[in-house]
Design a protein around this ligand. Sequence first.
Ligand code: ACO
Length: 326
Amino acid sequence: MKRFKILGTGMAVPERVLTNHDLEQMVDTSDAWITERTGIKQRHIADAETSSATLGARALRSACEQAELETSELDVIVVATSSADTVFPSTGCWIQNELGIRGMPAFDIAAGCTGFLYALEVAACMLAAGSGKRIGVVGCEVMSKVVDWTDRTTCVLFGDGSGAMVIESCEEDTGLLASNWGADGGLAPILYLPAGGTRMPATAQTVAEGMHTVKMTGNAVFRHAVRAMTAAGKAALKDSGLEADDIDLLIPHQANMRIMEACRSRLKIPVEKMFSIVDRYGNMSAATIPVAIHEAREAGRMGPGTTVALAAFGTGLTWGGAVLQT
Ligand code: ACO
């Protein structure tokens, strides 16, 4: 077990809401198609000035306020994002800059939508090793700036937002009871953003060809997502020594209601125990799990003594499962 307690959580989403009906005016799609295939009804979209770090800083500040801590009192900032502010420096450093704090290590983890579970695992290991006492773990995304708004197969899926959690090392039996994480880089081509890195530097030609936007083979991602998320969730549950009946709440990565539902039924967790926000926010990638955790806490669904199963998949392909004891 990796011990920690949650001191506070927070979230931030841009003000502007884009509904499925708005999308009907932009691409050849319908509210009925999006709702039936994904469960998404609306998503929040950032304005020109808002970046992943802007939202990440807001979410982390509010998590610190709930924890009754100054942001400067954090020992480490770990950020999960796949829509980084810049290739370098890290979004973690931009978040420090936004918050006007300095000194503590700040860095990013790139594991797509699994990012928050990777970040939580890394933060928990750091606390266990004594590398800090209080860590801010952030998931932040502005996916709207990296999708092709003329491609109906991807632009309807994503939304912008950030969630954050402040955790502190402790002696009690709370924290990660068990976790399971992994990756299969052989599946990188089914979901990636080709241009802008050293593999394909951004040029006028790559921009003209739209290579700086998300490319996805949706049905392959769907198939692998269900398989990988379920396997990671089952492995974490088994290693925790608990049974499905012992889980109070399931928070899966919120990409698509059909994927979440397939994962839930294979984990044999009743439908009323699954917490869902996908209808209101769409797929906020690494931000969906921390935003869902924050909303579950605010709704009184998650508090001291709650046993939570987490499961995610993302570009890579990456996957993660965890049993969190609060
Ligand atoms: N509106 C209307 N029709 C559409 C739309 C749309 N927005 N998008 C696709 N279609 C059409 C297709 O063109 C296709 O038409 P055709 O049969 O005439 O060729 C038809 O709908 C069916 O397309 P499929 O791709 O087979 O539809 P599917 O049932 O697989 O649903 C979806 C597509 C929703 C994308 C699904 O595959 C999915 O959710 N995949 C997982 C995606 C995902 O979660 N990605 C996030 C990864 S996380 C990360 O790390 C960033």
